[in-house]
Ligand binder design. Structure first.
Ligand SMILES: *Cc1c(COP(=O)(O)O)cnc(C)c1O
Length: 373
């Protein structure tokens, strides 16, 4: 049985008429740049996440670069973040010549270890970028406390965490991306809320930051041909917004299905002694964007699954402090042992709302077969 790591075509076939009408509608109306489709989708995201402001941009990466620029992560300032993430979480710091300062991750959440942040704060520190990966958020209570005591800005890389909510010691659940100064979503096709191409968004509760962000996506213009800043040309595409508007209608259902699949994986794999299943840590509501396990003989397992036509993925095989592009920061192997160990053992199994129970059972059986060999 072939089990794809990810596929968009099942969803498209299920809702073909809706997607087709959404895209055709954009062409019929001719509202290609920042039309009603974008505004309507921004409203839907505001309603879903509770963010006061939502600004659609071209990708999650652009959102991070723009947000870093707006929050002053540039020109020699330092920004504290985790090395265990996708490149864009750190390249956005380096892009405007700020200095990424890495802190190791927490073993359970894979997020930055908040207990190790304060020792890295200097007079040059401008902010923190926490990244909520895979299925859960980091320790936002601690991160927000440290940032307010030290006057730092917080940019949440919520690219993977659409729909995740955090309560911590607070009185209510808050959506990923809405806790820091600015939050960033990616709608890259594989993400929990994925477009049919590149798309991203910046959310905030701060009116002034929202006003500046809106200008930044249109070259820094306050009104047409009046440029207050040197901004970007980075707008959420109307076609993608139309597709995303269809998908956000079903987002709760999609999250629920991901949850059921994760539960099935946990049930079938929890007694396998060679596999460690991550636990959700703290007072929060998870969303299984990715279902990861820590596996013994990971590379062999991955090859075995591949030979059985099961797709897997490794997020992330090389922590950023060991990447060539960040050599100039002077880090070396051994600096962040938890991140390095995790990178060596982690493997992501197929999860998407349309995957079948039979497929998940087959993946689990094949994993068990591998370890019995
Ligand atoms: C996907 C992702 C991004 C980048 O988003 P794009 O839309 O692909 O540019 C940034 N950070 C993290 C953690 C991601 O997973």
């Amino acid at each position: 049985m072939e089990v794809k790591f990810y596929t968009s075509t099942r969803e498209y076939n299920e809702k073909k008429a809706e997607f087709d009408n959404a895209v055709l509608g954009v062409m019929e109306r001719g509202t290609f740049i920042l039309g009603n489709e974008v505004t309507n989708f921004e409203s839907a995201v505001k309603e879903f996440t509770g963010a006061k402001y939502a600004i659609g941009v071209a990708s999650g990466t652009d959102a991070l670069v723009m947000a870093s620029d707006i929050l002053g992560f540039k020109d020699g300032r330092e920004v504290i973040t985790s090395p265990f993430t996708f490149l864009a979480s750190t390249s956005c710091i380096a892009k405007h010549r700020a200095k990424p300062v890495f802190v190791d991750i927490d073993e359970e959440t894979f997020s930055i270890d908040a207990n190790k942040i304060e020792e890295k704060i200097t007079k040059d520190t401008a902010g923190i970028i926490p990244i909520h990966l895979f299925s859960q958020m980091g320790d936002m209570d601690k991160i927000m406390d440290i940032s307010s005591r030290n006057n730092l800005r917080v940019l949440e890389d919520a690219a993977e965490s659409f729909g995740m909510r955090y309560k911590g010691n607070g009185s209510e659940y808050k959506h990923a991306g809405t806790i820091g100064d600015l939050g960033v979503f990616s709608f890259f096709p594989t993400k929990t809320l994925g477009a049919y191409g590149d798309a991203g968004m910046i959310v905030t509760n701060d009116e002034n930051l929202a006003r500046i962000t809106k200008m930044y996506r249109v070259h820094g213009a306050s009104r047409k041909y009046h440029y207050d800043f040197i901004g970007y040309n980075s707008r959420l595409d109307s076609m993608q917004a139309a597709i995303l508007q269809v998908k956000i209608k079903y987002i709760n259902e999609a999250i629920q299905k991901r949850d059921q699949i994760a539960k099935l994986y946990i049930d079938r794999l929890q007694d396998c002694e060679f596999i460690k299943i991550p636990k959700i840590s703290g007072n929060q509501k998870s969303v299984y964007y990715v279902f990861n396990v820590l596996a013994e003989r990971r590379d062999e397992l991955s090859e075995y699954l591949k030979s059985n036509e099961i797709g897997t993925s490794i997020y992330y095989p090389i922590p950023l402090h060991l990447q060539k592009c960040f050599e100039y920061l002077g880090y070396k192997k051994g600096d962040f042992p938890v991140a390095e160990r995790t990178a060596d053992n982690i493997i992501a199994l197929p999860i998407y709302p349309e995957i079948t129970v039979e497929e998940v059972e087959f993946v689990c059986e094949t994993i068990r077969k591998f370890y019995k060999k």
